[in-house]
Design a protein around this ligand. Structure first.
Ligand code: ASP
Ligand code: MG
Length: 426
């Protein structure tokens, strides 16, 4: 017997018909002898609708009241799922954030979970009751409702799994797992049996959004085994057992899977692309101590995330060009901040370009294998794709290229690293 958290996203919860499908999956999972807690999102589109109401009511809304409004979407779906489970003959009840409680910090609309008191929940589950928990919501020390930031139900599910020491946290979504790359771009992309936490973090942060990034960080910290899978399957299956998705595990567990022959060792696990960055070039910045600090300090103060940074070697007259990327949505703000500081920084021209894309190859395999980066550069060069910037980490190499070449680059690299489905041995 295992203790399992099952989390269902907004698409799976959109309407009573779909909630009935979910209830059936949950019921069958429990009928196999497991203790089950379910974490649910609001119906698809509902949170957006609620956010809009807040904006209409008061553009300068109080985040505490915003949380009261937006947390309601999950309250509705948790109650409906409990009702539906009861109609199928199951014992079930909802546990709202303040009832467990899920204690969070005060930061409304972007709260972080500090602690979950799960004793009552564990006792109810042991007595055969299915616990239904609204994701996304918690309660502050002041006793007010908080929410965890958009996409936060994934984090709720992982936090509940950690609190009840679950054997697994199954995240049901509208994709059936994590792929080697975006299957809309590469038809030969294939579903991965497993990825490590680190790989998942890198893939999520560079645009392969399946889970809220924070949930993956939490799973890594707490050692929660997560599985991503689809809730849209035939009526008889229990997806998690019969049609497994992608497991997100520690590197040790991954190594064990490879040794058992369940996974093939690859140098590159996946390829991600991100078109949501913009590039800024500052020309003729004085090449002296402190000038780079002058550029990035105002951006940091404005919470603008700078990603890739290149400072060229100084040219004559003690000047240099500095190139870096920021999220496209922050480009206008970044430009304004830098123009304001033109005197202090002392640059000549500010050139921006949002028609760029970041392509990343990710894999724990590259820790122990040389040549991954050079394969990337050569494959892109062979297709005449120009690289504008490069960054690397222990398990990732990213390059910046022209946005129009995104699809071509992803396809070329997918083939170059032997990831096309027909090449797969596993
Ligand atoms: N309903 C919330 C949102 O749409 C939380 C979630 O679904 O994860 O952001
Ligand atoms: Mg989601």
């Amino acid at each position: 017997m295992a203790r399992i958290v099952m989390k269902f996203g907004g698409t799976s919860m959109a309407g009573t018909e779909r909630i009935r499908r979910v209830a059936n999956i949950v019921r069958k999972q429990q009928a196999r002898g497991h203790e089950v807690a379910v974490v649910v999102s609001a119906m698809a589109g509902e949170t957006d609708r609620l956010v809009n109401f807040c904006r209409e009511a008061n553009p300068l809304y109080d985040p505490a009241e915003y949380d009261v409004v937006v947390a309601s979407g999950e309250q509705v779906t948790s109650g409906l799922l409990a009702l539906t489970l009861q109609s199928l003959g199951c014992q079930a009840r909802s546990w709202l954030g303040w009832q467990m409680p899920v204690r969070t910090i005060e930061a409304h609309a972007k709260a972080r979970i500090e602690d979950i008191e799960a004793e009552a929940l564990i006792a109810a589950m042991a007595a055969g009751e299915i616990a239904v928990i609204p994701g996304f919501q918690g309660v502050s020390d002041a006793g007010r409702i908080t929410t965890l930031g958009r996409g936060g139900s994934d984090t709720s599910a992982v936090a509940v799994a950690a609190a009840i020491r679950a054997d697994r946290c199954d995240i049901y979504t509208d994709v059936d797992g994590v792929y080697t790359t975006d299957p809309r771009i590469v038809a030969k992309a294939h579903k991965l049996k497993a990825v490590t936490y680190e790989e998942m973090l890198e893939l999520a942060s560079v645009g392969a959004k399946v889970l809220q990034t924070r949930s993956v960080g939490l799973a890594m910290k707490e050692g929660v085994r997560v599985q991503v899978l689809s809730s849209f399957v035939g009526d008889d299956a229990i997806p998690a057992d019969d049609i497994p998705g992608t497991l997100i595990v520690s590197e040790d567990e991954m190594n064990a899977l490879v040794e058992k022959g369940d996974m093939e060792r690859q140098h590159v696990t996946g390829i991600a692309h991100d078109k949501n960055e913009a590039k800024i070039i500052l020309t003729r910045v004085p090449d002296r101590p402190g000038s780079v600090a002058h550029i990035f300090e105002p951006l940091a103060k404005a919470s603008i995330n700078v990603d890739m940074i290149i400072q060229n070697v100084g040219r004559d007259k003690g000047e240099t060009d500095v190139t870096f990327t920021v999220p496209q949505s922050d480009l206008a703000r970044a430009q304004a901040l830098l123009e304001d500081r033109r005197e202090d920084i002392g640059f000549n021209r500010l050139i921006s370009d949002s028609k760029i894309a970041k392509i990343s190859v990710v894999g724990v395999g590259m820790k122990s294998h040389a040549g991954v980066a050079s394969t990337m550069f050569q494959s892109l060069a062979d297709r005449g794709i120009n690289i504008q910037a490069i960054t690397t980490s222990e398990i990732k190499v990213s390059v910046l290229i022209d946005e129009d070449e995104t699809e071509l680059a992803v396809r070329v690299l997918h083939t170059a690293y032997g990831l096309d489905a027909s090449d797969e041995v596993a």
